[in-house]
Design a protein around this ligand. Structure first.
Ligand code: UDP
Length: 332
């Protein structure tokens, strides 16, 4: 029996694979390698190259490896890109997820864990947001994920499958043992961009908007270490395997940092004062989004890396490691 991890060659998926393999689980990765890298996949697990929407392939993998649980990471994740190219998001995050769920149900998969996002909430004010808050996403990205959440709920009501939905806040950092980290080519996420600027890979970085209704005018986000995030998936999987009901949880620490605070943390951790320009807002950005994390904590989740400087430190270390590789993913 094995667990199927889609998108296991990507940033969060590769950390999930490490977590599962470290726990002695059998894992099969399905990844089309458009944004992931085979060298990020732990050598203890099998990598199948292909698409989650390829029903024939997925059915074969499910049967061959007796898959009873799927953890589905494969998807697209860049908010501004989803504004420019919504159909890519409705294909990769919604239509493909539908096809994967269909193969899962047909193949007798019992548990399905889905990477969702805090972007399903939309504009939420400055208070931490709980899972039962109104869902009103402001970007195609958020909507494409929310549609998949709804699909899962409908399917679980009709078929013998339970699901766990994890709504990610802002994931950052790298495996403390430096076996994986954020390696996506052309990454746009704040901490990644800031450490690359510190290393001189970019001339300067931009802060998108400083007129938001937040304490310093820049957007506030809840930054969570990737290892704590994958541990939350492990916990949910255990809950479902133990007969627990389907569940939706926020994954964040319940505290926020502004863009300016993140930038100064990167400057102090790296000891490098790099150029930063304050400019216009970026489309699709809510002012503030911080997790109400009571539900996941009630399941027994105890974060080990709730420390912004530590998260930045690991992201910085990983970025320096990438510089030593001949096949370093392109930066821009
Ligand atoms: N951001 C920024 N400059 C950058 C990248 C991001 O000011 O080069 C801001 C972005 O506008 C948002 C926050 O940092 O307010 C977090 O953005 P990110 O893309 O990391 O994650 P998101 O919250 O969009 O998932």
């Amino acid at each position: 029996m094995a667990i199927l991890v889609t998108g296991g060659a990507g940033y969060i998926g590769s950390h999930m694979v490490l977590h599962l393999a470290d726990a002695g689980e059998n894992v099969v990765v399905l990844d089309n390698l458009t944004t992931g890298f085979p060298w990020l996949v732990d050598h203890r697990v099998k990598l199948v190259e292909g698409n989650v929407a390829d029903g024939e392939l997925v059915s074969k993998v499910i049967a061959e490896h007796e898959i009873k649980s799927i953890i589905h990471f494969a998807g697209s994740i860049v908010v501004p890109e989803s504004v420019e190219n919504p159909l890519k998001y409705y294909k990769n995050n919604t239509a493909n997820t539908r096809d994967l769920i269909e193969a899962a149900v047909a193949g007798g998969v019992r548990h399905f864990i889905f990477s969702s996002t805090a972007a399903v909430y939309g504009m939420v004010g400055l208070e931490p947001v709980a899972e039962d808050a109104i869902l009103s996403p402001v970007s195609p990205y958020g909507r494409s994920k929310l549609m998949s959440e709804w699909m899962l709920a409908d399917v679980a009501a009709a078929h013998p499958i339970t699901y766990g939905v994890l709504r990610y806040f802002n994931v950052a950092g790298a495996d403390p043992q430096m076996r994986s980290g954020q390696s996506t080519a052309g990454a746009t996420h704040l901490i990644k961009v800031a450490v690359q600027t510190a290393l001189g890979h970019r001339d300067k970085m931009n802060v998108f908007g400083d007129d938001y209704p937040t304490p310093d005018g820049t957007c506030v986000r809840d930054y969570i270490h990737v290892s704590d995030l994958v541990a939350a998936h492990g916990l949910l999987l255990g809950h479902l395997r133990g007969g627990g009901e389907s569940i939706t949880v926020n994954c964040g620490y319940g505290r926020g940092f502004s863009v300016d605070e993140v930038v100064s943390t990167v400057k102090s951790v790296t000891g490098i004062d790099f150029p930063v320009e304050h400019g216009p807002r970026r489309p699709g950005d809510p002012a503030s989004i911080v997790a109400g994390a009571d539900r996941i904590k009630a399941l027994g989740w105890v974060p080990k890396h709730d420390d912004l400087a530590g998260i930045v430190e690991m992201a910085y270390k990983w970025e320096k490691y990438l510089d030593t590789r001949n096949d370093r993913p392109s930066i821009l």
